[in-house]
Write a protein that binds this ligand. Structure first.
Ligand SMILES: [Ca+2]
Ligand SMILES: [Ca+2]
Ligand SMILES: [Ca+2]
Length: 257
């Protein structure tokens, strides 16, 4: 959806008991203006801002990064952030907010402006300046474990690329008890996970699958799985075992699996 028009000058406007689900979507250059309903964003990028005066907003593996003052301005709203990247300010009034496995990033301070009545529960997230990112945090924030602060080391935030670089502190910083990333490591913070194994089976990291990788898997990964062994799981079941050895031999021999 892009450059759409509706009531109130927004790309999408809703004001009744509707449920709106965006999945694997991009909302470009449009704002969302809503009330009462349930707005769900999964694997979705929002280039505009969201304004909401009641109801529920749920972000899962999604990014909001508008050019402007706010990415989310909400009143009397329940807000659920899970693996969200929020790259602009929030203004929250009388909201019930849960944030986990997420990133809050913007150069303006504070990044979250709480004007009154809001309760924010946050854990396993990067807040740019820690709890100092949130106005009135002494009275409005219930902070849990796993909070970090600092630069998330995005690839190119000036050009709206909020993917993680290899040195990002957000990698493996999520709640270890929730389902792991597709590379079988602890979940990363934010909308984008960083694959720590671009070439499954290439333990040596030289870009070539050969007997050296097999020896390394046998000697270092089958019995004692370490972070260096993330590429040992060649068949994608998150368990390094003899099946991975069989799989890598077939890959080396060019056999069809
Ligand atoms: Ca991870
Ligand atoms: Ca190799
Ligand atoms: Ca395996």
């Amino acid at each position: 959806m892009s450059d759409n028009s509706s009531q109130c000058g927004s790309g999408l406007y809703y004001d009744s008991n509707v449920q709106i689900n965006f999945i694997n979507s991009r909302i470009g250059n449009d704002n969302i203006d809503g009330a009462i309903g349930y707005l769900s964003l999964q694997n979705t990028i929002v280039d505009g801002a969201i304004y909401c005066s009641s109801g529920t907003i749920a972000l899962d593996r999604s990014l909001i990064s508008p050019v402007g003052q706010y990415c989310l301005n909400a009143t009397n709203t329940q807000i659920l952030f899970n693996q969200a990247t929020i790259a602009n300010n929030l203004t929250l009034t009388n909201c019930d907010v849960q944030m986990t496995n997420s990133i809050l990033w913007h150069t303006d301070e504070p990044q979250i402006i709480i004007t009154e009545g809001t309760v924010l529960e946050v854990d396993y997230s990067l807040l740019q300046n820690g709890l100092g990112s949130i106005s009135n945090y002494e009275s409005s924030v219930d902070s849990g474990p796993g909070l970090i602060q600092g630069d998330p080391l995005f690839v190119d935030p000036d050009n709206t690329n909020f993917q993680l670089t290899a040195d990002s502190p957000c990698i493996d910083a999520g709640n270890p008890d929730v389902p792991h990333d597709s590379d079988c490591t602890v979940t990363d913070l934010g909308a984008y996970s960083f694959s720590q194994c671009p070439d499954p089976g290439d333990i040596s990291g030289d870009g070539i699958l050969n007997v050296i990788d097999i020896v390394m898997i046998v000697n270092h990964c089958i019995m004692d799985f370490t972070d260096e062994c993330v590429c040992a799981d060649v068949n994608g079941d998150c368990v390094p075992d003899i099946l991975d050895i069989v799989t890598i031999i077939n890959l080396i021999l060019g056999n069809t699996l």
